[in-house]
Design a protein around this ligand. Structure first.
Ligand SMILES: Cc1cc2nc3c(=O)[nH]c(=O)nc-3n(C[C@H](O)[C@H](O)[C@H](O)COP(=O)(O)OP(=O)(O)OC[C@H]3O[C@@H](n4cnc5c(N)ncnc54)[C@H](O)[C@@H]3O)c2cc1C
Ligand SMILES: NC(=O)c1ccc[n+]([C@@H]2O[C@H](COP(=O)([O-])OP(=O)(O)OC[C@H]3O[C@@H](n4cnc5c(N)ncnc54)[C@H](OP(=O)(O)O)[C@@H]3O)[C@@H](O)[C@H]2O)c1
Length: 667
């Protein structure tokens, strides 16, 4: 996303309601008819793409049971010798805080608890991650062209604490990963992380009032893995959203004879070059195929186009591509305007969040390039939508109307840039802006003017099959030597928001209650999205039932700072003589869930989207009513981030930790 909204973009859009939305019957205007035609076109394009197998059309690489896919899922980056020489945890040891995940979420979580005075002793804390280093997303992803899509000034966490000025408005992957290491260095976390380690299970021990966590530590190709048992008072889950790479179950794909890899595990030995210097010399005499045209491909394709002899882009659904406008950070502007006062980063992030959800302060112009993205992240002005077809229909119509200028500008931009009209037509996105992550590039569309770049548009159908020599579409084989799978990740909505399912661990709470079972029976149930009853001392960096914005780091910060407050209060209550046991009550989590469910109809627009990870590949709307009801429990906060923060602040200032029971493990 773009953070230009904070300052320099001036394209406002009328947020008008559709004719007739006030309940009075009016004749449709010409504008209404054009809008209906557009909706019709969008619906036809979406229908083309709906498949009977829905979300099961993909295979999670971490679940692969064949050697080829298993090898593709392996960590290409871990320095096994160096990591094997380190002993950061002892089997059977107990820690006060155990964090699952060492990405930006795990790092922010650790730092905010340090700052809250909760982590004092070095031995209080350990972080466990399947990766071989810090960074999460920015550890695993090292594909050429990788950048953040939100401005780095608000995307890179803890810039005030680290006193770091990002080099560019949108930081490249190298800088984003280095920043994770910078945070770890500054807060002395390098010796507190157990890398290459998968947490498999966590069980609450009622006697000891501790969590027992089972971990498998991989030790590289030359040493056997180790099974470890770790204990902790608090288990903090920061296991991410888009980190299980998946591939479509294309018949014959595993038998492809050339090099094949997923973008989340870039294979520089196949392409040449390196993460730091992606000169992909080895592709100079190669025919390269890439499957997918999502946010990743928009960044990768211009890079591949520079090096490949021929590049074949296999497209199922085009992305909407907006201008990027990358620029170097001006140190003067940084000092005087951006990082000019204490607390600037959160203020700037919240300003961005406000604009994204059309919640600018009174008198302030709404400055967002994509106002209808508020369909996905909520907006205070249109908060509660009644669960009636009329109210939902009026909300949908309002958002379509709001989005039309943005969507049309993006389609017109394709015609302005792509010289071949047939190719240009195929690159146009026919769905509203909120259905897929909008993308930003000043190089992607331009790449299709290069003679070595060929668009193979599958008209929404996807690849039919793979052979030893290439990919097949419409009965025709397209031979390629190297195949890049830019096919995305398991949906963040996996498991109906169940944090255990998303983390791939079995979590057993009080009285043998399994988190999977709880979610299966009732669906999501949390207090403010940070914890669930029956699972004491377990908190999520990013749970269901929270607010969203386009900057994921803001979402992490807001939830984590709320948890830090709860834990600080709880620790204070119990005092130094014992260990606190903190658990939300069933009653209060149900009350919060009801608040969330009341807001769910707002998000009905997503159901009708072109298939993608946001709407269960188009199957969300086809669930039976019972499942739909359950799904609505994991909905977001429809009034946007600032409204959610206000609710949390009011809760905190009330001061009693209402709905949270705090007891002492022993007297
Ligand atoms: C290519 C890409 C680009 C992105 N760009 C942006 C962007 O520009 N702006 C934006 O807002 N968001 C972006 N995102 C979303 C991004 O994931 C978040 O912004 C953010 O980095 C998430 O941080 P996290 O720490 O919560 O999760 P992650 O970065 O995913 O880290 C979670 C870590 O937990 C580990 N883990 C998970 N389960 C287990 C387990 N059972 N045992 C041990 N370890 C486990 C994983 O290995 C991982 O390292 C992008 C995502 C992708 C894939
Ligand atoms: N910083 C950034 O700019 C940035 C960069 C990368 C990723 N991200 C984040 O990560 C998310 C995932 O992005 P992603 O691009 O990796 O994944 P993605 O958006 O899920 O894209 C996967 C692509 O693979 C295509 N595909 C899947 N199966 C196919 C088949 N059988 N045949 C042909 N094509 C097929 C999909 O087509 P369909 O669309 O038809 O399904 C889609 O184009 C983004 O939404 C964003 O949140 C952000």
């Amino acid at each position: 996303m773009t953070a230009d909204s904070t300052n320099d973009v001036k394209d406002t859009v009328t947020n008008g309601a559709p004719s007739g939305a006030n309940g009075q019957s009016q004749l449709p205007t010409e504008e209404d008819m054009t809008l209906l035609q557009l909706q019709q076109r969008y619906a036809e394009e979406a229908a083309k793409r709906i498949r009977a197998d829905g979300p099961t059309q993909f295979l999670d690489l971490t679940d692969a049971d064949t050697d080829r896919f298993k090898a593709i899922a392996e960590d290409p980056w871990a320095d096994h010798a160096a990591l094997n020489a380190k002993e950061t945890v002892k089997d059977g040891a107990a820690y006060k805080f155990l964090f699952l995940g060492g990405g930006y979420g795990g790092l922010i979580f650790t730092v905010r608890l340090i700052q809250a005075g909760l982590i004092n002793v070095p031995d209080d804390v350990r972080l466990v991650d399947a990766a071989g280093g810090f960074g999460g997303t920015w550890y695993w992803n090292r594909y050429p062209g990788l950048h953040c899509d939100v401005e780095s000034y608000i995307y890179m966490p803890l810039l005030e604490e680290t006193v770091y000025m990002p080099k560019q408005k949108y930081a490249p992957g190298t800088e984003l990963r280095e920043h994770a290491d910078r945070i770890a260095t500054q807060f002395d976390l390098h010796d507190k992380a157990l890398f290459r380690s998968n947490a498999k299970a966590a069980t609450w021990d009622e006697e000891e009032k501790l969590w027992t966590v089972q971990v498998t530590e991989g030790r590289g190709p030359n040493e056997p893995s180790r099974e470890l048992t770790l204990k902790c008072q608090y288990l903090l889950v920061a296991s991410g959203v888009l980190n299980v790479p998946h591939v479509p179950k294309i018949p014959g794909l595993e038998g492809f004879g050339g090099e094949m890899f997923h973008t989340a595990r870039w294979n520089y030995s196949a392409t040449g070059g390196s993460y730091e210097n992606p000169d992909m010399e080895k592709l100079k005499d190669k025919r390269v195929g890439i499957i997918g045209t999502g946010a990743t491909s928009i960044q990768v394709i211009p890079q591949l186009a520079k090096w490949a002899k021929e590049l074949y882009v296999f497209q199922r659904t085009p992305s909407a591509v907006h201008p990027r406008d990358q620029k170097a950070t001006d140190p003067e502007e940084w000092k005087s305007k951006i990082a000019s006062k204490k607390g600037w980063q959160m203020e700037r992030a919240l300003n961005f969040a406000a604009h994204m959800s059309l919640a600018a302060k009174e008198g302030e112009e709404n400055l967002t390039r994509i106002p209808a993205y508020s369909a996905l992240i909520g907006s205070p002005g249109y908060g509660l939508v009644e669960p009636t077809p009329e109210a939902i229909g009026a909300n949908v119509a309002r958002l379509y109307k709001m989005d039309t200028p943005t969507a049309e500008t993006a389609r017109a931009r394709v015609d302005q840039i792509v010289k071949d009209p047939e190719t240009a037509n195929k690159l146009k996105a026919w769905y509203p802006s909120w259905c897929k992550r909008p993308t930003f590039s000043d190089m992607y569309l331009q790449a299709f003017n290069e003679p070595n770049v060929h668009l193979i548009d599958t008209n929404g159908q996807g690849i039919e099959a793979a052979t030893k020599d290439g990919l097949v579409f419409a009965g025709k084989e397209c031979p390629v030597d190297v195949l890049v799978l830019s096919t995305g990740y398991r949906s963040p909505a996996f498991g109906n928001g169940n944090p255990a399912a998303k983390t791939g661990i079995e979590v057993i709470g009080r009285g043998g209650l399994s988190m999977d079972e709880k979610w299966k029976n009732i669906g999501s149930a949390t207090l403010h999205g940070v914890a669930t009853s029956g699972f004491p001392n377990l908190f999520f960096a990013f749970g269901p039932q929270t607010a969203a914005t386009a900057n994921f780091v803001t979402m992490l910060e807001v939830g984590i700072q709320h948890t830090a407050h709860i834990l600080a209060k709880a620790e204070e209550k119990v005092g130094a003589g014992s260990r606190a046991v903190v658990e939300v009550t069933r009653e209060e989590e149900e009350a919060w869930t009801m608040q969330v469910m009341m807001r769910a109809p707002y998000f009905a627009t997503i159901m009708g989207c072109t298939p993608g990870y946001l709407n269960g590949e188009g199957h969300s709307a086809r669930q039976d009513p019972k499942d739909m009801m359950k799904a609505s429990r994991s909905s977001g906060w429809s009034e946007g981030m600032l409204s959610y923060i206000k609710v949390l602040e009011e809760y905190r200032s009330e001061g009693s930790l209402k709905g949270i029971e705090v007891t002492a493990a022993y007297k």
